[in-house]
Design a binder for this molecule. Structure first.
Ligand code: PLP
Length: 384
């Protein structure tokens, strides 16, 4: 069997171990310490925000962001339809209702037009059978696969209706839009350092903001909401959501090589596009105007009506036979059993992306030989 090619494996930079050793040597084996402080300063620099809080996941970060914005039982929260379930699940943790918005063609992210439609439907009570008219409490756009959403248009709509934005930049650290980092546009920005992301702490996330009160509040809630007292005193329900000082050591090392990782992932994309982009029925997402994408994962769209019936599943299975991991694009939230009764605004574009799309191996540690092996396996499907 040929060596396995993974979709997006971890890629250490070299300094991670040094920061971990420092933690051991100083006995900072805790969910706080110098690595946590160091990583938070690094994130402030990278995201150009005033405050950062490292957490145990991006899912926790979204959960805390919603609590901070006052989301409660019965509220509406608007969320991008085409995403990973972690963008939406925290809405349900709070008993609130997600309202899903389709993607637009230029970016595969939240359509500004359907966003406005969904806001108006919430506000005029036409959104569900019981006629409850209520302004949504928050908007969650996502920069999927590292490609920036149209944050200028989304923020303009959010400001017009005075609705705060939680920007899910879990896949987009290192991406920019209008020369501003992804994660820096909304009232709150969310990052992920899960094992499959462009950089990793094995598991981890962060919340960033310019609003000091928000981050202070999130920090308080993330450490079990302890009141000021010598004993353990709680007047609110808190969570255990902090990142450990060991994981933050990995994070500091990884952040040092972020730029290299972004460059290599962009090269992967160019390699695939050059070798496969001209094939009839194949399509890659061009970088949108004013956007710089970290190209976390390279996504190939396959149109079977132009490839003699070869679809993304045929290609996925052919890659699997070659010991190469690939994966369909995210299955939209409105098609997930858990969200089948949630409102959805759109025209089925996210469903089409799911049907046609395949994520190709995109690790920053892939060699040109690895990439060529993937290309050959894909071409094998088309040629016979
Ligand atoms: C990975 C991911 C998350 C969740 O991140 P975790 O750190 O694993 O909780 C949220 N949103 C998107 C878009 C993601 O890709």
């Amino acid at each position: 069997m040929k060596e396995k090619i993974w979709l997006s494996p971890p890629h250490m930079g070299g300094k991670e171990q040094k920061y971990i050793n420092e933690a051991f040597e100083t006995n900072w084996i805790a969910p706080l310490g110098p690595n946590v402080d160091g990583m938070e300063s690094d994130l402030i620099r990278i995201t150009e925000k005033k405050y950062a809080l490292t957490l145990n996941s991006a899912t926790s970060a979204i959960h805390l962001a919603l609590i901070i914005l006052g989301v409660k039982q019965g509220d509406y929260v608007i969320c991008q339809d085409f995403t990973f379930c972690a963008s939406a699940n925290p809405i349900v943790y709070l008993g609130a209702s997600p309202v899903f918005v389709d993607s637009e063609k230029d970016t595969w992210n939240m359509s500004p037009a359907y966003l406005e439609q969904s806001i108006l439907a919430c506000m005029n009570g036409t959104i569900d059978g019981n006629g409850k008219a209520q302004k949504p409490k928050a908007i969650i756009p996502v920069h999927l696969y590292g490609v920036p959403a149209k944050m200028d248009e989304i923020m303009a709509i959010a400001h017009k209706y005075e609705i705060p934005v939680i920007e899910d930049a879990a896949e987009a650290i290192g991406s920019t839009f209008l020369n501003k980092p992804c994660g820096s546009f909304g009232e709150l920005g969310v990052l992920s350092f899960n094992g499959n992301k462009i950089i990793t702490t094995s598991a981890g996330g962060a919340l960033v903001s310019d609003n000091e009160k928000y981050i202070k509040h999130a920090r308080f809630l993330s450490t079990q909401a302890r009141d000021q007292a010598p004993h353990y005193q709680h007047s609110q329900v808190g969570y255990n959501y902090r990142m450990s000082n060991i994981n933050a050591g990995i994070g500091r090392g990884q952040l040092e090589v972020l730029q290299d990782r972004v460059l290599k992932r962009r090269q992967n994309f160019e390699f695939y596009k050059q070798k496969l982009g001209d094939i009839k029925g194949f399509q890659f997402l061009e970088e949108p105007k004013n956007a710089f994408s970290n190209r976390w994962l390279t996504c190939l769209l396959v149109n079977p009506s132009e490839t003699n019936g070869v679809d993304r599943e045929v290609i996925r299975l052919a890659l699997e036979k070659e010991n190469i991991e690939s994966r369909p694009l995210w299955k939209p939230m409105h098609l997930q059993p858990i969200y089948e009764n949630s409102p959805y605004f759109g025209e089925g574009f996210s469903a089409e992306l799911f049907e046609k799309g395949l994520c190709l191996p995109s690790g920053s540690n892939l060699s040109d030989e690895d990439l060529q092996r993937v290309v050959n396996a894909v071409l094998g499907c088309i040629q016979d």
